[in-house]
Design a protein around this ligand. Structure first.
Ligand code: CP
Length: 358
């Protein structure tokens, strides 16, 4: 017996995925305003699922989702794993410290090895910008960027937009489903702090700007990006006190000392004096203004203890909404959506295993 010659391109990575091809979520730019709105609408259905006695649907039964986190995480990792389990997917959690990466295996060999076991989606956090996009060229599975270096954290931006939309609905006495992208037009958002090192800021700016919000970056010059090309913001400021009374949302960023932010500042105390949301500064906010933070918070640095726990602080609501938003992302990438009606498909799902399995 003669084995056929191997294909000449067998080892070649696939071309880079086309933005918005619907197979991956690597950047907010993959979605645009329409894509963001679709995720928000499908998330409504999963918020409803979360209120059911059994908050679980069989939408991804038989599918396998791998979470590969090469950097620390609490929120994003548990949120994706909870989301995948509530969709009835099988979930494999990949711990770098206990994997063959630790023995020197390359990222490519590792993900191709895991993919060979039959994987439908990789959820990847990695300290290097572009790592999830690179993985998308090596495997046939969908790839979701769960935070790559200083680059992007798209699902954080989506859950933040969802949370703002939810509050806009409550404030106006409308159903959340009746709040669309038009309601973000002219929303004034200050993004405050370590913008230069922040993937949350980049994805947040792209998402909020796509929906029509007006964004002001507030930071010391050393923590702003060297160039604002590709940052669709209305303004930058070094004066937080003057910006706070003008905004609807004050979005605080974590000072990312692990990425060297500390070396761009004289001292943490001076940073807090200029840019921390202290109790005094929170008093400068308009009555209805919201305070948001992606977590983990450095209490006493970018946000005062008492401000983090104010009713206007949405920090835990952001976390709660993250599960529904990540269910929506997984469902849109992996679920069977007939006729393009994703929200209708979710609404039609049976509530939990009992009803499905009889
Ligand atoms: N917001 C966020 O990405 O938090 P984790 O690092 O805990 O996932």
């Amino acid at each position: 017996m003669t084995l056929p010659a191997p294909r000449p391109d067998a080892d070649e990575p696939k071309p880079a995925p086309a933005p918005g091809d619907g197979r991956h979520l690597l950047s907010i730019a993959d979605l645009g305003a329409e894509g963001i709105e679709e995720v928000l609408r499908v998330s409504d259905a999963f918020v409803e699922v979360a209120r059911r006695p059994i908050p679980k649907v069989p939408a991804l039964r038989g599918r396998t989702v791998v979470t590969l986190f090469a950097e620390e995480s609490t929120r994003t990792r548990f949120s994706f794993e909870t989301a995948a389990k509530r969709l009835s997917a099988d979930v494999l959690s990949f711990g770098v410290a206990s994997s063959s990466l630790k023995k020197g295996e390359s990222l490519r060999d590792t993900v191709e090895t895991v993919a060979a076991m039959g994987v439908d989606a990789f959820v990847i956090r990695h300290p290097s910008a572009g790592a999830p996009a690179q993985v998308a060229r090596w495997v046939d599975a969908s790839v979701i960027n769960a935070g790559d270096g200083w680059h992007e954290h798209p699902t954080q931006a989506l859950l933040d937009c969802y949370t703002i939309r939810q509050v806009l609905a409550e404030r106006s006495g409308r159903r959340v489903a009746d709040v669309g992208v038009q309601d973000f037009a002219g929303l004034r958002v200050a993004i405050v702090g370590d913008v230069a090192h922040s993937r949350v800021a980049r994805s947040g700016v792209l998402a909020l700007a796509a929906l029509g919000a007006e964004i002001t970056l507030v930071a010391p010059g050393s923590l702003l990006p060297p160039s604002l090309e590709g940052w669709p913001v209305s303004a930058t400021s070094h004066d937080l006190d003057s910006v706070l009374p003008t905004v609807d949302v004050c979005y605080l960023l974590r000072l990312q000392t692990e990425r060297g932010a500390g070396s761009f500042l004289p001292t943490l105390r001076e940073y807090t004096a200029g840019y921390g949301l202290t109790a005094r500064r929170a008093g400068l906010l308009a009555d209805g203004a919201l305070v948001m933070h992606p977590g983990p918070m450095n209490r006493g640095v970018e946000i005062a203890d008492e401000v983090a726990d104010l009713p206007r602080s949405l920090v835990l609501r952001q976390v709660a909404n993250g599960v529904a938003v990540r269910m929506a992302v997984l469902f849109l990438l992996l679920g069977q959506v007939v006729g393009g009606d994703a929200a209708g498909a979710v609404a039609g799902l049976s509530p939990g295993f009992g009803a499905v399995d009889g």
